[in-house]
Design a protein around this ligand. Structure first.
Ligand code: GSH
Length: 202
């Protein structure tokens, strides 16, 4: 291996896509390995935590956990604050996105009736509460830290984009529409020149 390699499922979503975006924004020439779900079972036990994404950097052991990957890329390439306290504030929000995924993610594999009930309960309680907390803790504009984009913004963008398309059954596309700061981060990332160039080449 002579260049960085990021492995994730073959879809432009979630934890893998935010890491791809971070590498692209950082200007890293990386191998974008996209695996088929049918190949996953055979690979799972070879990954550090039995999950993707995994980042491999020449000369280092494979690194898993999306937030660790994002923070490392951010630190190496100026996409995470140098100030330790500010960095920790960014990491707090990144963990908040993982909390969201930890609640909504398990519903993906539920049977329809169970999924409907679980998601309708989330729309009534967990999701608006999650969004209020996110909103309350976004200090800057248009990005989390102000004028400059950081890895936390990529993570927030992917979280909002998950629902924005209206493709998550029983969760309205407008679920975060009443959160101007969250939507502003989402839109600013979408409109960022380097993010646009990633999707232009896709
Ligand atoms: N905490 C981990 C979670 C990783 C995770 O659950 N990844 C999912 C895809 S987004 C996965 O690998 N699912 C397949 C499996 O767990 O077998 C992270 O942030 O990277």
């Amino acid at each position: 291996m002579n260049k960085p390699k990021l492995t994730y499922f073959d879809a432009p979503v979630s934890r893998g896509e935010e890491c791809r975006l971070a590498l692209h924004l950082a200007g890293v020439d990386f191998e974008d390995v996209r695996i088929k779900s049918s190949d996953w079972a055979a690979m799972k036990e070879q990954t550090p935590y039995g999950a993707l994404p995994v980042l491999e950097l020449p000369g280092h052991p494979p690194l898993a956990q999306s937030n660790a990957i994002l923070v490392l890329i951010g630190r190496l390439y100026g996409l995470h604050p140098a100030d330790e306290y500010e960095a920790a504030r960014h990491e707090g929000m990144m963990q908040h996105v993982e909390d969201l995924r930890g609640v909504v993610g398990p519903t993906i594999r539920m049977a329809d009736a169970e999924k409907k009930a679980a998601r309708e309960a989330m729309v009534a309680g967990f999701l608006p509460a999650w969004a209020r907390s996110a909103e309350k803790n976004i200090p800057g504009e248009p990005f989390f830290g102000g004028a400059k984009i950081h890895v936390v913004d990529l993570k927030l963008h992917m979280a909002v984009r998950w629902f924005n398309g209206g493709k998550v059954d029983y969760i309205p596309a407008t679920i975060f529409a009443s959160c101007p700061k969250l939507m502003r981060v989402h839109d600013a990332v979408r409109d960022h020149a380097s993010v646009r160039s990633w999707y232009a080449k896709a």
